[in-house]
Design a protein around this ligand. Structure first.
Ligand code: ADP
Ligand code: MG
Length: 288
């Protein structure tokens, strides 16, 4: 590949809203046959809203929401932002972020745990039937259920909802048109992931993956002989972005994700990922 043609490709990339780390990146883009997409903040907007709060028998919805919100105020996670938004600012001691699982902290005399329902179960705060039913309803509707509990008892469930980016379905069609197989990757529950996948036209879904395990999904695909592009936005995507043959960050995402990537889609529009593949193929065809 002649440096001049690659430089031209890089310049055209900038016009499309693609920041390319170096001209050589265009070469690896050409061979990609699989594209792994993070769900939250990549395929969806990642701007979650709190749509429902369910209290266990004998608890108040207001108390459940306030207590969960107080602890979530210490987290940057999109789910945490939705839950903390409406909360008053109560003091939290001993805040801890449990990466990909939830958060914990002490509010007044309460030792509070907020996160995946499975986290509460595992920590000895099992959900009663009315809360399990709420989780089931939420997940069946493609939403994310967050459980909250304190002092050994699950006290409520908060349901958050994300929205698709308007251009995601079109982007998947374009990526498929280039011969790429899309795979949706997320830490979220299986049913929420499947609902999003169905809406945008993705068949292969890997859900309930811990942040540290996302990189293994990329490695597994590579060991099957695939050349993998990974598209993500979060801190928890960084290792997978670095491992992928081509890492693509959302310009609207975290700096950590951008630093780990080869390409950045400045406006966070997934359709531009297809433009990048097209551009690299065209640029390299010119060179031959
Ligand atoms: P994603 O892969 O969609 O970016 P994460 O790995 O960040 O998701 O989180 C996976 C799951 O862990 C979430 O869907 C949620 O159930 C739970 N979770 C993570 N952080 C929090 C938090 N701060 N509060 C509540 N639940 C959380
Ligand atoms: Mg994300």
């Amino acid at each position: 590949a002649t440096p001049t043609a690659l430089m031209v490709g890089t310049g055209r990339g900038a016009q499309l809203g693609i920041v390319i780390r170096g001209p050589e990146v265009l070469e690896s883009t050409r061979a990609v046959d699989t594209v792994v997409l993070d769900k939250t903040g990549t395929v969806t907007t990642g701007r979650m809203s709190l749509v429902e709060t369910v209290a266990a028998d004998g608890e108040s919805v207001d108390d459940v929401r306030r207590t969960a919100g107080a602890v979530e105020a210490g987290s940057e996670h999109p789910i945490a932002r939705a839950i903390a938004e409406s909360a008053s600012h109560e003091e939290v001691a001993g805040f801890r972020n449990l990466e990909g699982l939830g958060v914990r902290g002490t509010v007044g005399v309460r030792e509070v745990l907020v996160g995946r329902p499975a986290l509460l179960e595992r920590e000895g705060l099992p959900l009663g039937p009315e809360l399990l039913a709420a989780v089931d309803r939420a997940e069946a509707a493609g939403r994310t259920a967050v459980a909250v509990g304190w002092d050994g008892t699950a006290r409520g469930v908060l349901v958050v909802s994300d929205t698709l980016k308007p251009t995601s379905a079109e982007a998947i069609v374009a990526l498929r048109g280039l011969g790429l197989t899309p795979v949706l990757l997320t830490g979220d529950n299986e049913r929420a992931a499947r609902a999003v996948a169905a809406e945008v036209g993705i068949e292969r879904v890997v859900a309930e993956v811990l942040p540290a395990d996302k990189v293994d999904v990329v490695k597994q695909l590579q060991s099957e002989g695939r050349v993998v592009a990974m598209i993500g936005d979060g801190v928890n995507d960084a290792a997978a972005l670095a491992q992928a043959d081509l890492g693509i960050a959302m310009g609207t995402g975290t700096d950590v994700a951008i630093e780990a990537s080869d390409l950045t889609l400045v406006r966070g529009d997934l359709r531009v990922a297809a433009d990048a593949v097209r551009l690299s193929r065209r640029t390299l065809a010119t060179i031959k």
